[in-house]
Write a new protein. Sequence first.
Length: 149
Amino acid sequence: MEKKKQLLEFCWDYVNQRTERLQNTGASLQESLDSETKSTAGDKHETGRAMVQLEQEKLAQQVQELDRVKGILKKIDITKKSTKIGLGSMVSTSLANYFISVSCGAFTLEGKPIYCISMESPIAKLLAGKETGENFVFNGATHSVLEVV
């Protein structure tokens, strides 16, 4: 249980840092937009504003995606016991160790990496619904599910 709590905190930290970066980027884009003043070179001014507005639109899409990711993290119940692999499962396989949550890289626990992956990832799709002792084929090789927590 403590391991899953640490993994979930790692995921939240990742998402919160990303949120902060996006907020900072948004603030600097707004500053750029505000500082664009009309000059004698009207076309240059309009091009600069358009570029900043495009960046703001991209940023808005990233914020939307981050909100979706936060929604997924909120659904994870680390106290729930299940023998089948699903959202919130910590899985040991003969290939690697995974925490089925959101895609945010590897967390090192007791000297071993645990990969935080989303349910949409290819490996999570293969693992979904499997139980300890079951096998799966990934990249042409057969692997086993060793433990589901």
